[in-house]
Design a protein around this ligand. Structure first.
Ligand code: GRF
Length: 218
């Protein structure tokens, strides 16, 4: 069988997962979510999956001695669902190179900043602290280096003088919910691919930012 649909990995609230579920239910995303996997038993996103009738699996990283064993078990679990695409939707773990190699070119992540700016954690706090005037979200292919794979799509907004880390988080999350389903459907429709560490959209090599939305428009 040709791989089909997605496996979505989460660690927390799962609002991006919800945007994907909504996309599948509305038809904006053309293939199903085969399973949701969380490394945390209390991730609120698990209930979102169950409500939508999607198998929700907990693979608790604290039950494993080290990263290599956890990642091997995670890879095996994902392979069981034979997905076309692996979606990291707030999966808060660093992935080993061995794991990434198994899914390279068909694994994507969402990051709450305009990569390559603000890799890692606390992006909104850092954007405010550094006086950034633009901020946003990025969907990118996952490679072995953290938050470093080729960008697929970015959405940017202007930071205002009244923004706080919390208001930025809310505004950026709304952008995430817009661009993640778009990138997923592009992949499922074979519109995008990763080649030579760049993203190609409909055969054209995108620039380093990826496809770009500025204040909501291309
Ligand atoms: C999002 O901001 C995402 O960019 C980051 O983790 C957060 C997950 O939020 N990687 P949610 O669980 O999808 O609500």
């Amino acid at each position: 069988m040709t791989p089909q649909g997605m496996v979505v990995l989460i660690s927390g609230g799962g609002t991006n997962l919800q945007a994907i579920i909504d996309g599948v239910e509305s038809g904006a995303i053309s293939q199903p979510i085969a399973a949701v996997i969380s490394n945390k038993a209390d991730a609120k996103g698990l209930a979102r999956a169950s409500r939508a009738g999607i198998p929700a699996v907990i693979l608790d990283h604290t039950a494993f001695g080290d990263r290599a064993h956890y990642d091997a078990a995670l890879a095996e679990l994902i392979h069981r669902f034979d997905p076309k695409l692996v979606v990291l939707a707030g999966f808060m773990r660093i992935l080993s190179a061995d794991f990434v190699a198994q899914f390279e070119g068909r694994m994507i992540n969402i990051h709450p900043a305009l990569l390559p700016e603000f890799k890692g954690l606390h992006t909104h706090e850092r954007a405010i602290a550094e006086g950034a005037t633009r901020h946003g979200a990025t969907v990118h292919f996952v490679t072995a280096a953290l938050d470093d794979g080729p960008n697929i799509i970015q959405a940017a907004l202007s930071v205002t003088s009244s923004d706080t880390p919390d208001t930025l988080a809310t505004r950026v999350l709304a952008l995430e919910h817009q661009i993640f389903p778009m990138a997923i459907e592009w992949f499922l429709q074979n519109n995008i691919c990763m080649k030579d560490n760049r993203c190609y959209l409909n055969g054209l090599c995108l620039d380093a930012n990826g496809y770009h939305l500025e204040n909501g428009t291309p």
